[in-house]
Design a protein around this ligand. Sequence first.
Ligand code: NAD
Length: 278
Amino acid sequence: MDFEKLDGRGVLVTGGADGIGLALGRAARARGARVFLTDIAAEKLARSASDLGAASAPCDVTDADALARVVDHAWDEIGPIDLLCANAGVVTQGSLLEAPRAELDWILDVNVWGILNTCRPWVARVRGEGRTGHVLMTGSETSLSYPGFTRGMPIHAYVMSKHCVLAMADGLRAELEPAGIGVSVLCPGPVNTGLGRSSSASRPGRLGTAPPPVDPAIDPVVARAMGSLARSPDEVAACALEGLRRGLFVIPTHPHIRDDVAERFREIERGLDALPDA
Ligand SMILES: NC(=O)c1ccc[n+]([C@@H]2O[C@H](COP(=O)([O-])OP(=O)(O)OC[C@H]3O[C@@H](n4cnc5c(N)ncnc54)[C@H](O)[C@@H]3O)[C@@H](O)[C@H]2O)c1
């Protein structure tokens, strides 16, 4: 798909009421796209969509049937969806060993199944209408490595889910390439959004209260990650569209990610160097 211009292209964004998703919608709209936003936060979604001049409908990405209806509704309302931004996500903090199973299921339901639930009905429609298209899924820098700050801010379940997003993108790329459907993974570092707050708001009642977040003020590594490194959602959306224009599979947004990725590769190389026939 040619991303030089988005004039007249159809773009659907999940998690589009705020943050990176809304910024993706805004950037696409500014480039002439027809935009449809969906999100679990119905009131915020209605306000954001109206401000943007976009169409919208609320939906929980963990509800595959509802999402299939929204994809069809979006397609019928704004026309063919060429770019699917599977962006909705949640974060939780706390020990991986002590986290209740239901807590881990929720993170995986939203961050992993949510993307697959979004892709399935869209791919069926794209194929059914003999079209091509592109999926941009929002992973994270933690899809690519295990950054130092995650030791101070235990978001291990989140990192686990975001690693899974990269593997899922690889799998879908292999499956969808023959159909002319491209796949990219947006891998942002820290972004100034209300992800913690929105995650608490969308947290299912059955899970009880969220584990308390780690206070960045008490951990200098976390403070650095959350402070000076943080970018705005609009900067991240601009990176995303530029990455799509360049035909990238992995779309990072922060240069510091290079160091964390290099450390991961050094660890892999140390393992390979230790092989008897190395
Ligand atoms: N903020 C960061 O530092 C950062 C860094 C890397 C990746 N990300 C990823 O970016 C994506 C967007 O997050 P953001 O930072 O813009 O935060 P955000 O809170 O602004 O946006 C997330 C949106 O997802 C929605 N959402 C949550 N659960 C949902 C569900 N079950 N169904 C539908 N919508 C749901 C929320 O209501 C919210 O509007 C997420 O996937 C997140 O993991 C964020």
